[in-house]
Design a protein around this ligand. Structure first.
Ligand code: ATP
Ligand code: MG
Length: 214
């Protein structure tokens, strides 16, 4: 059975697909075999995969829905399945959450973004209480604009929620947008060293949170 990591936030544009594609590649470079399940009907990850250079062995992407996500996870042959969630609090996201070992919740550094994610956070909390702590879950601050008040304030806002916050964050960098729109990742782009270091830190911390490493 594969380890399942879902990247979920009902808030659109919070950075889910960016995190999924880069983390998938980073897990792969750490020696895992990785498959992405694209649960978003906008199919960003699926489109990203179509743009991958022909001679690459980047993670594969399979489109999934609420009715077949469980089947897709059971059929996965990779050691890690990464689920890219939809920008809605829908059945797919709830199923993905329940089937996950780890849920990462990317959040942009502003309070209002978080308010619209309350349903997801409540569902995670309810599930964890029911199961005695499964899935593991953490916030990942994404698209941070360094040296702004928001960047420091987000830590205070997130501290009021029961989920931990990874130290690893992404700053707002054009390399992320370029990678997503050209079928690659910041780990494969020359000149994206700072973004690469951010993804490697998130990779390291997220892998440490997996139950197999506890
Ligand atoms: N760290 C970053 N720096 C700069 N741009 C970023 C960063 N993270 C994401 N973006 C850009 O922000 C936009 C939204 O990101 P992304 O598509 O990953 O969000 P999403 O949560 O998957 O959105 P949706 O809810 O629509 O699926 C994209 O154009 C992406 O390239
Ligand atoms: Mg997306």
């Amino acid at each position: 059975m594969s380890t399942v990591v879902s990247v979920l936030n009902q808030k659109g544009g919070s950075g889910k697909s960016t995190l999924v594609t880069n983390l998938a590649r980073a897990y792969q470079l750490e020696g895992h075999s990785v498959e992405i399940l694209d649960g978003d009907s906008q199919r960003t990850a699926t489109e990203w995969a179509k743009l991958q250079p022909a001679d690459t062995n980047m993670p594969t992407v399979t489109s999934t829905t609420a009715s077949n996500i469980e089947e897709h996870i059971e059929a996965a042959s990779g050691s890690v399945v990464l689920v890219d969630g939809a920008p809605a609090h829908d059945t797919l996201n709830v199923r993905a959450m329940k089937l996950s070992d780890l849920v990462l919740v990317p959040v942009r550094a502003s309070g209002p973004d978080l308010w619209s994610s309350e349903d997801l956070l409540d569902s995670i909390q309810t599930r964890r209480e029911k199961t005695g702590g499964q899935p593991q879950a953490a916030f990942v601050v994404c698209q941070q604009v360094a040296r702004t008040n928001l960047a420091s304030e987000i830590g205070d806002v997130l501290a009021s929620y029961p989920l931990p916050v990874l130290d690893g964050r992404t700053n707002h960098r054009v390399a992320y947008a370029e990678a997503l729109s050209s079928g690659t990742t910041v780990l494969d782009m020359p000149g994206a060293k700072k973004a690469e270091a951010e993804i490697r830190r998130i990779t390291e911390q997220s892998l440490e949170m997996l139950p197999s490493n506890q």
